[in-house]
Design a protein around this ligand. Structure first.
Ligand SMILES: *Cc1c(COP(=O)(O)O)cnc(C)c1O
Length: 380
């Protein structure tokens, strides 16, 4: 492609540097230093502290949910959310093969089996139609839930993932899962700041989870959150992620096998300072996305945009190339010129531990796997 030079030049102009341009790097331009120093000076750096509570209240406000629980990372948030949704040893959980590995791993941590269904071409996230087709063929609604006739296992949950911050078709997905009585747990790790019909992603399912890893839109080094509108789930999430200890001034009594998945106050301080800037970060990313869109339109490359009635945070922005060989050319030219670009994840069933899992035809996932490439997306 002769226009690859133009791509590199355009991206360099946006980020105004001749140095290496990473895919996504954090920005600390607010109260980060101040809040983190405060935790050190107060000695409250660990699992108890005011910033943990403040972070949880901020997440409730941002997502408009009733209860948020701070945890150590997004993967453990997903693990616990699935457990709370009722996933047990030997169950199945529907999800997409086009995702980051943590989505599938969290299912297996609960002793359950992932069932990989296709994504939609327009959202790149779990397809309501693929779920409906699968359940029409193999679903069996019994008194205690939905079963898979093929395997005889219970389908205990469905985990859609909002790829790169683009919301899945949530109305249709919630409808089909409700019809089949399958609880939805949203993997909203990538979609903080993204909404669907003006409602924040992560607030649709019975539980939703977010990640604050270093490469996400907002970071606190490492961290996660579980949100829910069900007060009881909220309390259980906090209990289970804090060693299931019954509150008492000095006695240690734990009423189940809990986890130490607490977010340290040190990290929560960073998270609070970052959340204060979320709106501004998303606005700047959306401006960059709009500039990318005009540029790529002009040189005949398809830049992926949000769908009507959705607002994307544009966490990682991406282009859709014509085929695999054009993709290879794009990847090798940009990376050789110190502009980091990266193909979308390999589908989960290519990984040794997931190759034997059930999957449908994966038509759209296979199409996207060969064509989607992320471009530098940091807040400018
Ligand atoms: C980042 C991410 C996670 C996991 O988050 P960590 O905080 O890194 O554990 C889970 N699912 C998806 C889709 C992600 O992108």
């Amino acid at each position: 492609m002769s226009n690859l030079n133009q791509v590199v030049t355009f991206i360099r102009d946006q980020f105004n540097t001749n140095e290496f341009i990473p895919l996504h790097e954090p920005r600390f331009r607010g109260n980060e230093r101040k809040y983190v120093l405060e935790t050190i000076e107060s000695t409250f750096v660990s699992s108890v502290g005011a910033y943990v509570d403040q972070f949880e209240r901020m997440m409730e406000t941002i997502t408009e949910t009733r209860k948020a629980t701070a945890v150590v990372n997004g993967t453990s948030a997903l693990q616990v959310a699935l457990q709370l949704a009722g996933v047990q040893q030997g169950d199945e959980v529907i999800t997409q093969a086009l995702t980051f590995v943590a989505t599938a791993n969290a299912i297996v941590y609960n002793g359950a089996y992932p069932v990989f269904l296709d994504v939609d071409l327009d959202t790149m996230g779990l397809s309501p139609k693929a779920i409906a087709d699968f359940l029409d063929l193999h679903g069996d609604l019994r008194e205690d839930g939905c079963y898979n006739r093929l395997s005889g296992r219970r389908i205990a949950a469905c985990v859609p993932m909002h790829t790169f911050g683009f919301p899945v078709h949530l109305d249709e997905l919630m409808n089909v899962c409700e019809e089949w009585q399958i609880p939805v747990v949203e993997d909203a790790a990538e979609s903080l700041g993204s909404s669907y019909h003006d409602k924040h992603t992560g607030a649709f399912g019975r539980l939703g989870v977010f990640s604050f890893n270093g490469n996400k839109t907002v970071t606190c080094g490492g961290g996660g959150a579980i949100v829910t509108n069900d007060e009881e789930f909220g309390l259980k999430a906090k209990h289970l992620t804090t060693t299931a200890k019954k509150p008492h001034p000095y006695e240690f009594y734990h009423d189940e096998v809990g986890y130490n998945f607490r977010m340290p106050n040190l990290n929560a301080a960073l998270a609070c300072a970052q959340l204060e800037q979320l709106e501004q970060f998303v606005e700047r990313k959306r401006t960059l996305a709009s500039d990318y869109a005009s540029f790529f339109d002009g040189i005949g490359i398809k830049f992926r945009r949000e769908l009507p009635s959705t607002k994307a945070n544009y966490w990682l922005m991406c282009v859709e190339l014509e085929n695999k060989s054009v993709r290879e050319e794009f990847l090798s030219f940009t990376n050789a010129n110190k502009v980091m670009t990266r193909p979308i994840w390999q589908l989960m069933f290519r990984l040794p531990m997931y190759q034997h899992c059930f999957r449908d035809d994966q038509k759209n996932a296979l199409f996207l796997e060969e064509r989607i490439v992320n471009v530098p997306s940091s807040v400018i």
